[in-house]
Design a protein around this ligand. Structure first.
Ligand code: GRF
Length: 193
């Protein structure tokens, strides 16, 4: 990727909407020596996002934006990102679909994590659908974000076996544990580390 990391880490923003367990794992990773990124900003579209607590705990600047007027929210986000010299974006449970023009501004510099083996099971309620279809395996994927939902180039995937006793909740828990492992790995891979 054409981002030079030099001796400084690449300033990164994480976008969240919910629990923020991936945010927590990314923050922890970002503080290790091998990490090419630092987490300098957290954006949420949701005032109730539990993940915002990690921004507070780790003293990371953060902003909640109302996406009812998405174009306005995105305009504000772009200003924030520019002001804070953010060069890379990780979506982590961010429940809004960013506009084409926003994605274009950060082309090749936005990545996302999805709880399925893409290109299968794009969108929501993945675990429920996977179980309804009696799949034997599921997993998680980190991919580049394009304007097509959950469709950009795949960076890394982890496949895992579904047990007969799994339900959507147990599966979500299992997959999430692997998400926390592969998201940092994907970042190392992108920057050839
Ligand atoms: C994860 O399963 C992620 O793959 C999906 O939303 C969930 C977010 O979990 N996009 P968390 O907020 O990181 O705990």
């Amino acid at each position: 990727m054409a981002i030079s990391i030099g001796y400084k880490k690449i300033k990164t923003a994480v976008f969240i909407s919910g629990n923020g367990s991936n945010l927590k794992s990314l923050i922890k990773f970002s503080k290790t020596k091998k990490s090419p990124i630092s987490i300098d900003f957290v954006i949420s579209n949701n005032t109730k996002s539990k993940g915002l607590k990690y921004a507070k705990i780790f003293n990371i600047k953060n902003k909640i934006l109302n996406f009812h007027k998405q174009a306005l929210a995105e305009k504000k986000i772009l200003q924030i990102l520019h002001k804070n010299k953010i060069k890379f974006i990780c979506l982590a449970g961010f429940m809004k679909i960013l506009s084409k023009s926003f994605i274009k501004r950060f082309k090749g510099k936005i990545i996302n994590i999805h709880p399925s083996l893409l290109p299968r099971y794009k969108g929501l309620k993945t675990h429920q659908r996977v179980l309804e279809n009696k799949e034997k395996y599921t997993g998680c994927t980190v991919h580049f974000v394009t304007s097509k939902l959950d469709s950009g180039k795949i960076i890394i995937q982890k496949k895992l076996k579904i047990s007969k006793r799994d339900n959507p909740k147990s599966l979500a828990k299992k997959v999430l544990a692997y998400e926390h492992i592969i998201y940092p790995k994907a970042i190392l891979k992108i920057f050839n580390l």
